[in-house]
Design a protein around this ligand. Structure first.
Ligand SMILES: [Zn+2]
Length: 246
């Protein structure tokens, strides 16, 4: 890992336009479980009952209650050293943007200013009627699904539920970034989450170098990764930053 780390430092120093693509693995160390894993929440709460847009429309109060309780349970989780290192990379001028599949808002909380939330964010509510997006005040959350003050429509957590489209703006912007960048830091995400997983491959096809940090090799590792940093992002990324600054 030490040799790989030093290689990564040199590549990051030379890069002119680096972006990061992050996923659940980054937030596991903050206590946010990987919902898709074998012990994930969707094993206990079938997504077709709790996490599809159709389920929400069919019984908004039931699904709202589930998301609300989940939010309260995870409400004390905070960005971990991996997120802080990612923010430091931006401050040092080594990172232009983060494209994340996570909905926990931790990248912004840590200080990254350009964050594309591929799957939306629990920090906001969105109206299914007029599409208005408002900040979600968890402290004063209603026990039942709230209505839009502007149009009376049904509000939902602004996270992409199964059966919903990835926001067009996020798709367009991240495709643009993937084409433009010369380096992608892939952190805490495997090649299995579509369509987010296509970004690093697309970037690679356009000439970008790929640095991957995951606890285990993934389908990216052999296929497109140039430098593999095996380990927890909360340990590897701070180490990377301190070498960059040295
Ligand atoms: Zn509305």
């Amino acid at each position: 890992v030490t040799v790989a780390l030093q290689q990564a430092v040199e590549v990051i120093r030379k890069a002119e336009y680096a972006i990061a693509s992050t996923g659940a693995g980054m937030s596991v160390e903050s206590g946010i479980p990987d919902f898709r894993g074998p012990c994930g929440i969707w094993q206990k709460y079938p997504p077709e009952e709790y996490a599809t847009i159709d389920a929400y429309r069919a019984d908004p109060d039931k699904v709202w209650k589930f998301w609300n309780e989940l939010g309260n349970e995870l409400g004390d989780c905070k960005p971990n050293p991996g997120h802080h290192a990612m923010a430091e990379l931006e401050r040092l001028g080594h990172l232009k943007a983060v494209i994340t599949q996570n909905v926990d808002h931790f990248h912004q909380d840590a200080g990254n200013s350009m964050v594309i939330e591929y799957h939306g964010s629990t920090a906001n509510l969105r109206c299914l009627g007029c599409q208005a997006i408002i900040p979600f005040d968890r402290e004063n959350a209603a026990p039942t699904a709230p209505q839009c003050q502007a149009c009376g429509g049904l509000m939902k957590p602004d996270v992409i539920m199964f059966g919903e489209m990835i926001p067009e703006e996020a798709l367009g912007l991240s495709a643009e970034l993937a084409e433009r960048c010369d380096l992608v830091l892939v952190v805490g995400t495997s090649a299995h989450v579509f369509p987010a997983a296509q970004l690093p491959t697309f970037a690679k096809e356009h000439g970008a170098t790929i640095i991957e940090c995951n606890t285990e090799p993934t389908d990216f590792t052999k296929r497109i990764t140039d430098i593999f940093l095996q380990g927890r992002s909360g340990e590897v990324l701070p180490e990377l930053v301190s070498r960059l600054k040295a």
